[in-house]
Design a protein around this ligand. Structure first.
Ligand SMILES: [Zn+2]
Length: 98
């Protein structure tokens, strides 16, 4: 059972719901010195402890996600698919409600 956060209808149990990303934001991951410790073969094939830095970087993360019914999720996805792929930020994940 769930309430669609777009059309506000309540759906019975065992009806699949969909997570729809409606907003994303840019995020910066900072450089981290010696962040990754792992065991791996070196140039000669001998397994050794190794340490590497984390480069960090820029990406996008979800800032707003709503639970929607199939019709609303598909309508929102279709409306976003008409937008060029670079600016479209809609992701739809299916989830079965219990
Ligand atoms: Zn709906």
């Amino acid at each position: 059972m769930f309430t669609c956060q777009i059309c506000r209808k309540v759906f019975p149990p065992r009806t699949p719901s969909f997570k729809v990303v409606t907003e994303t934001r840019p995020v910066h991951y900072p450089f981290r010195f010696q962040a990754h410790h792992f065991r791996a073969p070196d140039k000669r094939g001998v397994i050794k402890d190794q340490i590497k830095d984390d480069k960090g970087g820029f990406s996008r993360e979800i800032s707003r996600e709503v639970t929607a019914c199939r019709a609303c999720a598909e309508a929102l996805r279709a409306s976003r698919l008409s937008v060029p792929a670079k600016t479209s930020n809609v992701l739809v994940k299916a989830k079965t409600a219990g």
